[in-house]
Structures are given as structure tokens and as C-alpha cells.
Design a protein around this ligand. Structure first.
Ligand SMILES: [Zn+2]
Length: 268
């Protein structure tokens, strides 16, 4: 996992067995690496099936326990990624699509409930499709409102963010996709999001950028069909682009994002 210019970086994949070494590694990093624990929407249907079949702890029980232990040790552990991904119902029968949606909504709600219980921030992955995921996101956050919510690689409406999601403790995280001049929604968000709610991410730490444009059918920017992986060196380019859009100095933007992230993670 990379660290960029003094910013904590959060990203990990794996099960409970791999989570413990990650937590230990993060703890010895002086808060330069901050772990997030959760079931990504991509994995929800598999995990729900495994939980139903298993006789032992469910994934949510494990998450609850690990958050308890992590917080007790003073770690900056938090919840994520969790969320809603409308792409995952594509090609499914109506019955299977309904089951997939129901599983995602249940897991997302439970992740938010645990974040409230442990008073920790949540990283949210939301890619909407028809039917829209945005009302579900709002209703869930109204029911369980964590102290901070990072909407990672946000590609929705700026107006909805400012009017509805900001009062629910949400922060808007801009991804390198903003470098794409056709990413109109994300570019408007980067330009007009209140500075004290702005974050910038690399999303992924290596590899390349590949685009599959024009395959989308949804209400977000084509981000949802743009298969991209970002090298952390894209950080500078992304900060520069956001600064240009806002008419600001890149250092000012970077500093504001650092301050915001520290607030999100409860480091101040
Ligand atoms: Zn994501």
C-alpha cells in the first residue's frame, strides 16, 4: 500500500484471516496506513450465501468484533468499502436481481449501523443504475448516520450531494476519472463541492487506465463502465486538475484534502 505526501491511504482486500496482519501492519505505521474493514458490494451475494451456510460467526459478527478490538486498541480502523452497485443486477432474472438488491441494501444498512455503534467513518461505494440507488443511500444514512461518510469516486449529482448528503455527514471524494474531460458530473463536483467536504483519491495503487466508453445506460457519469486503475502518481495530476477547475493553487487543494481526511478519520 502506498502513502502519498503524508496522507493516510486506506485499501485492503481479503477475509478475516488476512485482516488481522493488515491491522497489525497499519498499527505499526504511525497512522500512515489506516485500515478499512467491510464487505464490498461486489462480494455481498457470495458472503450472504456463505453466512447462511456457515454454522459459526457471520461476516457481520466478525466485523463487529474486529471493530471492537481495533477501536479498543486505539486504531483508526473504520468501515468500508460498503455500498450499492447497480451494475451487479445486470443480466439477472427479475427474481435474482431483487435478491441481489435486497442483499446489498441489507449489508449496507448493517455496515452503517455498526459504524454508528463504533462511532467510526464509512467508505461508501455507490454506482447507481435503474432503479436508482440514490434514494436507498439517503434512507439508509438517515436511519444510521455515521460520524463521517466518504463517498468514494463520487459520480452523482452535485446538487443531491450538497442538499441531501452533506447534512448526513458525507464527504465527496474525487477520483482520477476527473481528468477525463467528458466526466461532466465529476468535474462539476470537483469545481463546486464545498472545500471542507472535498477529498481526492487514487482509488487503486497500480496498473493502468483502460476505458470502455459509451457502454453505460445509467444516471452516473460513465465512470461505472470505465474500467480504470490508477497509479498513485496520478495523485499529482488529479490534484492539479481539481485545482485548475477551482481556480486554486494545487498546494492549497492538497492541504484542504489532508485537513478533511484527518477530520474524517478523527485524527484531530
Ligand atoms: Zn469502490
Amino acid at each position: 500500500m502506498p502513502t502519498t505526501k503524508g496522507l493516510p491511504v486506506c485499501r485492503a482486500c481479503g477475509g478475516a484471516a488476512t485482516a488481522q496482519p493488515l491491522l497489525d501492519q497499519c498499527r505499526s505505521s504511525n497512522d500512515m496506513m489506516v485500515p478499512a474493514l467491510g464487505v464490498h458490494p461486489m462480494n455481498v451475494s457470495r458472503v450472504v450465501t456463505e453466512d447462511t451456510d456457515a454454522k459459526g460467526e457471520t461476516s457481520l459478527t466478525v466485523l463487529d468484533r474486529m471493530l471492537t478490538e481495533g477501536r479498543a486498541k486505539g486504531s483508526l480502523v473504520h468501515v468500508g468499502e460498503t455500498g450499492l452497485d447497480g451494475r451487479l443486477t445486470k443480466g439477472l432474472s427479475a427474481e435474482d436481481a431483487a435478491r441481489e438488491r435486497e442483499s446489498q441494501e441489507h449489508m449496507f444498512s448493517e455496515h452503517c449501523r455498526l459504524a454508528v455503534k463504533h462511532q467510526c467513518p464509512v467508505q461508501v461505494h455507490i454506482i447507481s443504475r435503474k432503479p436508482s440507488c440514490w434514494p436507498v443511500l439517503t434512507a439508509t444514512l438517515q436511519r444510521h448516520t455515521p460520524p463521517a461518510v466518504v463517498l468514494h469516486a463520487y459520480s452523482g449529482s452535485l446538487d443531491n450531494f450538497v442538499q441531501v448528503l452533506m447534512p448526513l455527514n458525507c464527504y465527496l471524494s474525487v477520483a482520477p476519472f476527473v481528468l477525463d474531460k467528458t466526466a461532466k458530473k465529476m468535474r462539476r463536483c470537483a469545481r463546486e463541492c464545498p472545500l471542507d467536504r472535498l477529498l481526492i483519491e487514487t482509488d487503486m495503487d497500480d496498473a493502468m487506465w483502460t476505458e470502455h466508453r459509451g457502454e453505460g445506460d445509467g444516471e452516473d457519469d460513465d465512470l461505472s463502465t470505465c474500467v480504470y486503475q490508477c497509479h498513485s502518481s496520478l495523485w499529482d495530476a488529479t490534484v492539479a486538475e481539481v485545482a485548475m477547475l477551482r481556480g486554486m493553487d494545487p498546494d492549497q487543494v492538497a492541504q484542504a484534502c489532508r485537513d478533511n481526511l484527518r477530520r474524517v478519520l478523527g485524527m484531530d
